[in-house]
Ligand binder design. Structure first.
Ligand code: NDP
Length: 419
């Protein structure tokens, strides 16, 4: 029986809130707080009378640490669920430390302003030393480890699907299927169609930054960086069919490389249609993906934020998206001296998600694990002071909860491998 403060009220948070309200034994009370409080009130209105969970709402600008501290002191939660944007991760972690409250999120920190000289200096050093140049990485949040340990608090990083569930799959495979995992390919396939010429399935700014960045993978103890979208494979996904997929940099590679002993290669692939890529390239070429403000008729405009205002809101895609997602991990390795392979994955249907919680499957597959990660912390199943990613905890209760709360998984012990 717990009280949770949920910060953010977009597509993913909407699903997490619905799932918390289905699980009132654990989530007795939630406070939804976001920049635009009317969105929180709208979700509250949808759910009230249909759940035993008590819901309150608040307005907060989570870029301002003092506002978050004041809010936590007012609400007195057992846990803060950060489902706003990666830009707010550090201010919310600081506020949790100040108030003595556990923390969790669904995506690792990246700065809103990549021209900030202080951030840029650290970024350029990391690019040189680590060998990958994505804007997001775990170093900023891992730097909080000692502070959380000393405070006796837990911070759970990245409990969405990928990152999140994919790391639980890795920990489960390590625990139950392999003595040693040699390769991991994470495959993220969205076979959904929303009928728009171009839209992103989650926050456009975060999504387009991720996809337009150079790709990279982990091999033999170091990063290999490649130009964006330059490694392409085809894969025949269960219940979706043949899709083109491209190698991207992704945050869970960074933590898995540290936490899966003996792993030799980790790659991440995401499916994209040609039309999406053509639109993205064109927008990039004309400067619409830039985060640097420009002066337009007396106003300062950030091109990618203007683009976000033009694109469909991801939270509005639910009613019109049909088809399925298929996300999972293909492993190769050794068990009892014998080489083996396995593929653990989930298939999720966009329209089924919409019927259940009024949202498409991308928000669903992220919002459900956000609720589950919170449940792990609140019920004490995952409890160790410090800053951790999902694969650093016992995967069994999390994997059981995935089956119970809407993201059932299956194991194929003879999958086709990606070359
Ligand atoms: P949305 O843009 O739909 O929602 C973001 C929410 O955060 C909005 O309600 C927004 O408020 C709020 N917000 C933004 N800035 C602030 C601020 N300064 N203070 C308070 N609230 C703020 O994003 P999504 O729901 O699509 O994504 C949410 C998170 O989930 C992101 O971090 C994303 O990277 C992550 N994600 C993780 C995935 C995974 O598998 N791990 C997959 C997909 C997403 P307002 O309404 O006013 O704009």
């Amino acid at each position: 029986m717990s009280k949770v403060l949920i910060i953010g009220c977009g597509g993913v948070a909407g699903v997490a809130i619905h799932k918390c309200c289905q699980n009132s034994d654990v989530f007795e009370e939630i406070c939804i707080a976001s920049r635009t409080v009317s969105k929180c009130e709208a979700v509250k209105a949808q759910l009230e009378g249909k759940t035993r969970t008590k819901i309150t709402t608040e307005q907060v600008d989570a870029d301002d640490v003092n506002q978050v501290i004041a809010l936590i002191r007012k609400v007195q939660p057992d846990l803060v669920m950060n489902i706003a944007l990666p830009y707010q991760d550090l201010t919310i972690m600081d506020a949790c430390l100040e108030c003595g409250v556990n923390y969790m999120d669904t995506a690792n920190y990246e700065p809103e302003d990549i021209d900030d000289p202080e951030w840029r200096a650290v970024y350029e050093k990391r690019c040189k030393e680590e060998g990958f140049s994505a804007y997001f990485d775990y170093s900023w949040q891992w730097a909080y480890k000692e502070k959380f340990e000393k405070a006796g608090l837990t911070a759970l990083l990245g409990s969405g699907f990928d990152p999140g569930v994919t790391q639980a799959y890795c920990a489960w495979a390590q625990k139950h299927l392999f003595d040693e995992i040699h390769t991991i390919d994470i495959l993220d396939c969205n076979g959904g169609d929303h009928g728009y010429p171009f839209a992103t399935n989650f926050n456009p700014e975060i999504n387009l930054r991720e996809v337009s960045a150079p790709g990279s993978y982990w091999e033999d103890g170091h990063w290999v960086e490649i130009p964006a979208m330059s490694i392409k494979r085809e894969y025949n996904f269960d219940q979706v069919g043949m899709k083109d997929m491209y190698l991207l940099h992704h945050e869970e590679i960074e933590s898995l490389a540290k936490n899966i002993p003996g792993v030799k290669r980790i790659r991440f692939f995401m499916t994209f249609g040609q039309s999406y890529l053509t639109h993205m390239k064109c927008l990039e070429n004309v400067g619409m993906l830039s985060t640097t403000p420009i002066e337009f008729e007396g106003h300062q405009i950030v091109p990618i934020q203007f683009l976000k205002a033009l694109l469909p809101d991801p939270a509005s895609l639910g009613p019109r998206t049909v088809g399925k997602t298929n996300i999972g991990c293909i492993f190769t390795g050794v068990k009892d001296g014998v080489e083996k392979k396995a593929y653990i994955y989930n298939v999720c249907d966009h329209q089924e998600c919409y019927k259940e919680v009024g949202s498409q499957a991308i928000s669903y597959t992220t919002g459900v694990p956000a609720m589950i990660g919170a449940m792990m912390l609140l019920t004490g199943k995952w409890n160790k002071p410090g800053v951790y990613t999902v694969e650093e905890f016992d995967p069994d209760p999390y994997m059981d909860a995935l089956n119970q709360w809407g993201l059932p998984w299956q194991v194929d012990d003879n999958p086709v491998l990606v070359d």
